[in-house]
Every structure is written in structure tokens, then in C-alpha cells.
Design a protein around this ligand. Structure first.
Ligand code: AMP
Length: 500
């Protein structure tokens, strides 16, 4: 099928040609005709499948067809996404596809001033791309209303839930008019996502499922190094020093803490690198990614969640510094290399306690990964004996699933026992120290909840914290508050003693 065969208006066909698309991708071929008929859609697809155009093009077509006009401070189509990066990316796509039409777009997200965002909404917009926290914030400020909404898209639903946005999503859905067309996209469909979809979609939506376009695994040259955990950093360093042809290297770490540790080892050896994960500020992550794309740095260390949705061409090598415990994640990871007909190499490190993960990966891929160059082991420091303490430390990096165990895709919701990852930023950039609030009731108490978009932290130095809606909560769970209480009590006792 060609795009020209789809019933899309001339300005859209022109834009499609301008961006260089010829044939619709499978998800576009399956979705666009049903969406043009006005049906709701449940899409199971990841970034990279062409899903943005799959929903943007029919929405633009229907907006053009409807003959309605945007009213002040309203929007006609709302695309809800979990992170600022994705929101910017999706608005860019809408802008490109709508470049030969009069359709207007706007993008709102937390972590920046809302002044220009509010200004852009005064006259109303056709397409609003938003993250949930800032959207609710601007609705509360009466800068925008959803009463005239015709199309609602919830994108990356599983990631939204992982990031703790469920309450915000429910609040937004409660504000939507009854009569609307709904599109719901998620990479995975565990029970909680299916339930959420059923509260948003009308009965009998079209269901479209598309596997990610990954590189045929046979085209990737693979190597395996069996190595104890403590010497993985040294092994990575030695391999990079011995192989200057490893130019654009993506290293996957199971945890955020692990990712930082890897960069410290490489930096010490003079290897240019950066880490991206949920504890890094938005600016730092974008800077790291930009530097990696234009090869200012040689190595990008990423956690699985941070790497998701990021499109980098020409990755020469993928390192599985830690093996993922979900074998499908391994396939997604190594599929970042050998794209567009190019060669690619995937190197995996396997510690003794990861043998089981390795077996699952080899079973899924039906490939027995060959061992790498054994001579490299001679350059490494001798293996140290594990002490009970070091074993505990190592075990800590291997964590447990974050949410309910019946999730389909466990790799997406675990961060190896580390603090759960957030891809969004609050008002003051990185809110990693923000206390936990509004904890969903089904979560274990020791779990941490990520900061939410548009969150405000006020008077944090005094221990009083405002949550996203501006309610003040006393930070009694803040680190150190118990110590402060004890100091206060001691001071009071001393005062009393002096008084006596
Ligand atoms: P997405 O999954 O929407 O993030 O799209 C991934 C990439 O595929 C983006 O760079 C799109 O510009 C590109 N893309 C989307 N549809 C097509 C198409 N039909 N032909 C070629 N490239 C496409």
C-alpha cells in the first residue's frame, strides 16, 4: 500500500511527501482507515513503529473535515504523554504533518515557566500535546478547558502508570466530554492497563498490535564475557581501550546507581561518556543524548527505561553490562545496533548469578552466544573473594518487580531494587529528593514514587512541601527529620533544665 492510496487530503499528502514517507508502516496501514471512520483504537505498539503518524494523520484529516473552529482557551485534540521529551517529539510530528494546513498545535509540560504556554492557549489550539501534571495545573488556572475536545489520545499508557500518573489520568478523563474519539497506546498490556483502557475507550475499539521493528538478531555479531560483578567496570574499560573502532557505544545498566558508577570508571580512564537515567535533570539528559548523537562522547550509559523512546542511529556497539531478567528486553536492547543495513556488535557481560538470565535469553533467541576474546581477562585485576558484605551489595542491585507481579513486561517496571525511575522533571529540574506523596494504595510501603510533571516544591528547606495540586504536606518522612526531632527534644530538655 502507498500513502497516496489513503483517503488523506492534499495538504497532508504533500506533508507526507515532504517528510519522505512512501509506504505506511504496518501500524499506520492498520490504524488509519479505522480511525478515519471515527472508531476508537487500542494500539499495542512502541516508539519506532510509526505510531505517531498512525494517530496524527487521521486526527488531522478529521479536524480538517469537521469544519469546526477552535474556541479561545480550548483544544480540539489532546495527546497525553508521560514525558517532556516525548511531548516535544510528538508536537514536532504534528507540526510537520500539518505544515500545509492552518491547524495549530501547542505543547505544555512541567519543569519550565508556564507563561508562554498559557499565552499559546489564549486563542485556543487545534492540537494540544501535554504531560498530565502541567495540563491539570493549567486547567486549574483556567488557562485551558477540555469541554470542546473531539479527540483524546493516551500515549505510552504503561509508562504513565509506571511513573505514577494514574491519578492524574483519571482526573483528566473525568474532565473530558462524553462525545469524543479515543485512542489508547501502550507498549504492553498487563491487567491494570487493560482496565484503564476500558474506562477510556468506547466498547469494541479496533485493536492493533505491532511488534517493534527490531534488527534481525542474526545480523548482530554477539560476544559473551563471563565475569564476576566487581570486575565488569574494568572489563568494559579494557575492551574500550583495546578497540578504538568501538565508536558509538550504548551501555545498558540495570540500575541508575550502576550507570553512574560505570561512567566514573570510564571517565577515570579518559573515555568520554555520560549516563542517562531518571535521576538526571532533563537538561543533562538532553545534553548527553545530543553529545552522543553527534559523537562528542563515545559511550552513553543508560537504564532500560531512560533508553526507551530514544532514537539514536548508527550505534556501533551495545553492551549489556548487566543482563536483563526479561529476555525480550535483551532483544530490544541489542536491536539498537545494526540498524538500516549497517553492522552491529552486541557484547554481554554475565556474572555467575546471571547464568539463569543468560539461559533464558539464549532460549528465546535460539542463539548460543559465543565467548569473546579470552586474552582480555589477563589485563584485568585478579578476582577478589566475595565477602558476605559484598554479596549483599551485589544482591541489592538485583531488586524485585516494582508493581504487581502479574504485569506482562516486568523489565519495564523494575529498576533493580533502586529507586524507581522517573523520566519527567518537576519545577526545579531534578526532584530526586522529593518526598513521597499520594502513594497508590496497592504499592508496598517501601517503594518510592517518582516526581510528577509540574510538581512544585516549596519551602523544601523548611520541611514543608507542596504537592502537584499545591496542597501542603508536612515532610515527616523526609530523611533526617527524625534526627532533627531528637535534636529539638534535646534542646527543649536542656532549656527546661536551665529553667529549673
Ligand atoms: P514513531 O514510532 O512515531 O516515533 O516513529 C519512528 C520514526 O519513524 C520517526 O522518525 C518517523 O518519522 C518515522 N516514520 C513514521 N512513519 C514512517 C513511514 N511511513 N515511512 C518512513 N518513516 C516513518
Amino acid at each position: 500500500m502507498l500513502f497516496s492510496e489513503l483517503p488523506l487530503a492534499n495538504p497532508l499528502q504533500r506533508a507526507i511527501r515532504a517528510v519522505g514517507y512512501e509506504q505506511p508502516t504496518p501500524i499506520q496501514e492498520k490504524s488509519i482507515p479505522s480511525l478515519l471512520e471515527g472508531r476508537d483504537l487500542l494500539g499495542i505498539a512502541q516508539t519506532g513503529t510509526g505510531k505517531t503518524a498512525a494517530f496524527a494523520l487521521p486526527i488531522l484529516q478529521l479536524l480538517l473535515d469537521s469544519g469546526k473552529f477552535r474556541a479561545p482557551k480550548t483544544c480540539r485534540a489532546l495527546i497525553l504523554l508521560p514525558t517532556r521529551e516525548l511531548a516535544i517529539q510528538v508536537e514536532d510530528c504534528f507540526k510537520q504533518y500539518a505544515q500545509f494546513t492552518a491547524i495549530s498545535t501547542a505543547c505544555i509540560f512541567g519543569g519550565v515557566s508556564d507563561v508562554s504556554q498559557k499565552r499559546n492557549l489564549i486563542r485556543g489550539v487545534d492540537v494540544l500535546v501535554a504531560t498530565p501534571g502541567r495540563l491539570l495545573d493549567l486547567i486549574n488556572q483556567k488557562a485551558v478547558s477540555l469541554k470542546a475536545l473531539e479527540f483524546f489520545v493516551l500515549d505510552e499508557a504503561d509508562r504513565m502508570l509506571d511513573m505514577g500518573f494514574i491519578h492524574d489520568i483519571r482526573k483528566v478523563v473525568a474532565l473530558l466530554p462524553q462525545n469524543r474519539q479515543n485512542l489508547f497506546f501502550s507498549a504492553t498490556m498487563p491487567d491494570d492497563i487493560t482496565k484503564l483502557a476500558s474506562t477510556i475507550l468506547r466498547p469494541n475499539p479496533v485493536r492493533v498490535e505491532v511488534a517493534p521493528q527490531s534488527t534481525p538478531i542474526e545480523r548482530i555479531h554477539q560476544e559473551l564475557y563471563r565475569i564476576d560483578k566487581r570486575r565488569k567496570g574494568a572489563l568494559l574499560k579494557e575492551l574500550l581501550l583495546a578497540h578504538p573502532e568501538m565508536k558509538k557505544v550504548l551501555v545498558f545498566s540495570r540500575t541508575k546507581h550502576g550507570a553512574d558508577k560505570i561512567t566514573r570508571v570510564l571517565e577515570k580512564a579518559g573515555i568520554k561518556c555520560a549516563a542517562i537515567h531518571g535521576n538526571k535533570s532533563q537538561n543533562r539528559r538532553q545534553e548527553a543524548l545530543g553529545n552522543f548523537k553527534c559523537e562528542q562522547i563515545r559511550v552513553l550509559v543508560a537504564t532500560d527505561i531512560a533508553a526507551r523512546g530514544i532514537d539514536v542511529d548508527d550505534v556501533s556497539h551495545v553492551f549489556n553490562y548487566d543482563l536483563p531478567d526479561v529476555p525480550e528486553t535483551f532483544v530490544h536492547r541489542i536491536g539498537r545496533t545494526a540498524r538500516a543495513g549497517k553492522d552491529g556488535i552486541a557484547v554481554s557481560f554475565c556474572a555467575p548469578d546471571e547464568e539463569q538470565d543468560l539461559r533464558a535469553i539464549e532460549k528465546l533467541t535460539r542463539i548460543s552466544i559465543p565467548e569473546g576474546d579470552k586474552a582480555i581477562y589477563e589485563k584485568l585485576p585478579p578476582q577478589q573473594k566475595e565477602t558476605p558484605e559484598s554479596e549483599m551489595r551485589n544482591a541489592r542491585g538485583r531488586g524485585f518487580p516494582r508493581r504487581d507481579n502479574n504485569r506482562g513486561n516486568r523489565h519495564d517496571n523494575r529498576q533493580g531494587g533502586q529507586k524507581q525511575e522517573s523520566n519527567n522533571q518537576g519545577k526545579h529540574g531534578n526532584e530526586k529528593n522529593r518526598p513521597q506523596q499520594n502513594r497508590p494504595q496497592n504499592k508496598p510501603q517501601n517503594e518510592k514514587r517518582p516526581a510528577q510533571n509540574g510538581g512544585n516544591v516549596q519551602n523544601a528547606n523548611r520541611g514543608n512541601v507542596s504537592n502537584q495540586e499545591g496542597h501542603r504536606t508536612i515532610g515527616k518522612n523526609r530523611p533526617g527529620s527524625r534526627a532533627r526531632k531528637r535534636m529539638r527534644e534535646a534542646a527543649e530538655a536542656a532549656r527546661r533544665a536551665q529553667g529549673n
